[in-house]
Write a protein that binds this ligand. Structure first.
Ligand SMILES: Nc1nc2c(ncn2[C@@H]2O[C@H](COP(=O)(O)OP(=O)(O)OP(=O)(O)O)[C@@H](O)[C@H]2O)c(=O)[nH]1
Ligand SMILES: [Mg+2]
Length: 377
């Protein structure tokens, strides 16, 4: 028998466990005052940082921004005008910060990446900035990327081309407009580019920091979805891959822990706080019961009806292939729900009051019917 109370508790226990294991991602965001660092940070990490971030001065121009229970530490340069004297001091501050963290040996505190921001409307890059970027990149081995902030119009394209041709020791440059820009009453340039930065940075992060970054960022749904697909693949391969012994219907509850772990990991990848009542509504409606407990046999019998070519009487056994289909369909449906909620197109309320449940069930059934298993192998 499956007890829903226990099941929900297991989901939350697993979510807590993942957060406890999660490391931090530590990023230095540097650039002259007013270029748009704070705007960029808010776009990449959402309002959470802005509202709750605690700024602690490390040195005169370097500030650490942390938020309780949030896996990101940012180091923001403040009031940087970048004359040669200040340049030297701030560069030394940054290099010492990097070395210091490394000396302490806690890999969770290592600086992972430096984002150097240049206002794209500044037409040219000053020699001071070229020197600054070159020295922080060569005196530390932390990857540097250049972000052209407030990029709209041709200037930004030309500036990027010019700077790229200087062949500075940086990984890549990006043009970004972190917040919509109102050009005049009629025309607003839509924000763009933060997702590209996020997707690139994920590639260059070590694994624990990667997890933290995917969880915390809100600029790329694609990055979250890719992570979710890996989680689903893991659930399929780990439990139901080659060598899976067909389970009798009655023992199908044995599948539940894998699926619970999958749901928990997907929730963490999306960085969503799902209320217990909402989670209960999702799980009970997908697994097809309003009762407090349910036999594995019933769950599977409910689901098998929807898998073509199986019907309800598939020999009383559930094969690895069938288990995989159920897991994939469940994972993908849950991903769909996370995305709608993240985009603000679906609320807790709509799930809890049942308004959305029929859609959700339909989504699940459609996926049971048309699952592309190859995507997960
Ligand atoms: N519309 C729009 N405005 C931006 C963007 N980036 C920066 N700005 C504006 O530029 C000004 C400065 O931006 P901030 O993000 O505060 O710059 P900062 O680099 O954090 O500045 P300091 O903290 O003083 O070093 C603000 O008025 C922002 O609204 C953007 O992408 N779009
Ligand atoms: Mg700022």
């Amino acid at each position: 028998m499956v007890n829903y109370e226990d099941m929900i508790k297991m989901v939350y226990d697993k979510i807590s466990e993942e957060y406890e294991k999660m490391g931090h991602v530590n990023i230095i965001v540097a650039g002259k005052t007013g270029v748009g660092k704070t705007t960029l940070i808010n776009s990449v990490f959402g309002k959470k940082i802005e509202k709750t971030g605690i700024g602690k001065p490390i040195t005169q121009e370097l500030k650490e921004i942390t938020t309780p229970d949030y896996p990101v530490r940012l180091y923001d340069t403040v009031g940087l005008e970048l004359n040669s004297e200040q340049q030297e001091r701030v560069k030394n501050d940054i290099v010492s910060l990097i070395m210091d963290k490394r000396k302490k040996g806690a890999s969770d505190e290592f600086i992972h990446c430096i984002w150097y921001c240049i206002n794209a409307n500044s037409n040219r890059i000053e020699d001071e900035e070229v020197k600054f970027i070159t020295s922080i990149a060569t005196e530390s081995d932390v990857p540097v990327i250049i972000i052209f902030t407030q990029s709209y119009g041709k200037n930004s394209v030309e500036l990027q081309r010019y700077v790229d041709n200087l062949n500075l020791p940086v990984k890549k440059s990006f043009r970004v407009l972190a917040a919509d820009y109102e050009i005049d009453d009629e025309y607003t340039k839509k924000a763009y580019g933060c997702d590209e930065v996020v997707e690139f940075v994920i590639e260059i992060l070590p694994e624990t920091a990667q997890k933290a970054f995917i969880n915390a960022q809100v600029a790329s749904l694609k990055a979250k979805r890719q992570k979710a697909q890996m989680i689903i693949s893991g659930a399929v391969a780990g439990a139901f891959g080659e060598g899976f012994i067909p389970l009798p219907f009655a023992d199908a509850a044995a599948l539940v822990p894998t699926q619970i772990a999958m749901i928990a990991s997907i929730t963490v990848a999306y960085g969503m706080n799902i209320k217990k009542s909402t989670m209960t509504a999702i799980v009970t409606s997908l697994l097809g019961s309003t009762g407090a407990t349910l036999a594995g046999r019933t769950i599977v019998a409910n689901l098998l009806k929807f898998i073509p070519g199986l019907g309800t009487g598939a020999g009383g056994l559930i094969s690895g292939g069938t288990a995989a289909i159920i897991t994939i369909a469940l994972g993908e449906t849950y991903v769909g729900i996370m995305e709608l909620m993240m985009k603000g197109e679906l609320s807790d309320k709509q799930i809890e009051n049942g308004e959305y449940l029929e859609n959700m069930k339909k989504m699940f059934k459609d996926k049971l019917k048309n699952t592309d298993r190859n995507k997960y192998c």
